[in-house]
Design a protein around this ligand. Structure first.
Ligand code: NAI
Length: 390
């Protein structure tokens, strides 16, 4: 591509959280520019946000329908190339489907939709249109997560037997949705959030991490969901036992009432010969624990030759020399960079490399929505185990 990719945005105004993170991530490599948006539910906030972001006033739209309709009428040399969707969950499906059907690629936040049926419809739309959909499961963008995946895939730990993933947060320990916290208010509303608060909001992240790093698929689960803050409508805490397609067993914990916790995402995987541990709050470290050996610490950005080199997937997603911290913004930027490289390759008629294709897609979105649906079904059932239906 001889030019930057042009991004449009739904949501992500001055009144939002994650939209600004998307812009930092998208701009980090200088290959993407923001050209248009419907940035807020409030038109004045949208206008002000656009002004601060130097978006031309004639490219600020009243809503996503108007934006997609008008952008698709612009000449190829002007119109947006892809749409980033950073609205509350119930407003992902509509803009994603319409954008794909009008020839635009899509970056969409998780959970991809609010129902499994919508997720499957988006997958069918991606297949029909041939467009690319990128789902921003942030934690899979870290170099040391990619290193963990590569070492599992290469058989370093032998056959995988046990997978433990956790996502404890404390920010919903109070009834924040009734105390003027807009982000908590829509998350706690079943019509805007979906069937489950905790599993849609953060459970999908760690379910994805478990399948991404292990390369395995969840086949059965047994779930227990709770609402531990009085007055809340949806669940805020959940524990799930997992069975994987190679016979491995797992445990997934997602909780938003773990008072005092920040974003303590952690994954541990154990095989016949050893195991690994990675944590979001210490993301440049990958701890390797082999049977009868001292513990090893793998660090981002090193040119190790022994006992195991950093994989091409880890190095492709590392930006600076060892010792300089890289974090969530860079992990997010890795997802954008790989998405941008893949869509640019398709435009140029080039086959993207495996490293460029390494970002979550519509298939991960369908798995995520199936996970939420199956967890809710299991929680309501007296059966001990239910099959993971997709
Ligand atoms: P937020 O409540 O802070 O922001 C939502 C934004 O959408 C606001 O700008 C709001 O005005 C806008 N909006 C609402 N309705 C709109 C409409 N009809 N048209 C245009 N804009 C509209 O929400 P937050 O925390 O930024 O979350 C947004 C999405 O991102 C959610 O799906 C959430 O699950 C996901 N998320 C993902 C994270 C990750 O780690 N990947 C982290 C945080 C959120």
């Amino acid at each position: 591509m001889k030019r930057k990719l042009r991004m449009g945005m739904v949501g992500g105004g001055k009144d939002a959280f994650i939209g600004a993170v998307h812009r930092i991530a998208a701009f980090m490599d200088g290959k993407i520019e923001l050209v248009c948006g419907a940035f807020s539910i409030d038109p004045e906030v949208s206008r002000q946000s656009a002004e601060e972001l130097f978006v031309a006033p004639n490219r600020v739209y009243a809503n996503y329908e108007e934006m997609i309709a008008k952008e698709s009428q612009l000449p190829e040399g002007d119109r947006m190339d892809f749409l980033t969707i950073v609205t509350p969950n119930f407003l992902h499906f509509g803009p994603a489907k319409m954008a794909l059907e009008n020839g635009f690629d899509v970056v969409v936040e998780k959970p991809m939709t609010v129902t499994l049926d919508e997720a499957k419809e988006l997958k069918a739309t991606v297949e029909k249109t041939g467009r690319t959909l990128c789902l921003t499961h942030t934690y899979s963008g870290y170099p040391m997560v990619k290193q963990a995946k590569a070492m599992v895939k290469d058989g370093h730990f032998g056959k995988i037997r046990k997978i433990v993933v956790e996502y404890p947060q404390g920010w919903l320990s109070r009834l924040s949705e009734r105390e003027g916290n807009a982000g908590a208010a829509w998350r706690a509303d079943p019509k805007k959030s979906g069937l489950s608060l905790v599993m849609g909001d953060i459970g999908t992240h760690v379910a994805h991490l478990a399948e991404y790093v292990s390369g395995l698929k969840i086949t059965e689960l047994c779930a227990d969901l709770s609402t531990l803050v009085e007055g809340r409508v949806l669940d805020d805490d959940g524990s799930v036992l997992l069975r994987f397609d190679n016979g491995a067993k797992g445990v997934l914990m997602a909780s938003q009432i773990s008072a005092g916790e920040e974003n303590a995402v952690r994954i541990r995987i154990y095989g016949e010969k050893g195991g690994l541990e990675w944590a979001n709050e210490d993301p440049n470290n990958l701890i390797i624990k082999m049977l009868d050996q001292p513990r090893q610490l793998y660090r981002t950005g090193n040119a190790y030759t022994t006992p195991y080199a950093l994989s091409s997937f880890a190095t492709h997603n590392t930006r600076i020399p060892a010792g300089h911290p890289e974090g969530l913004l860079e992990a997010f930027a890795n997802i954008y960079r790989n998405f941008a490289a893949t869509t640019s390759a398709k435009r140029e008629g080039r086959t993207p490399t495996p490293e460029e294709l390494d970002f979550p897609t519509v298939d991960d979105g369908v798995r995520g929505m199936a996970f939420v649906q199956n967890v809710v079904t299991s929680n309501a059932s007296n059966e001990k185990w239910i099959k993971f239906e997709e």
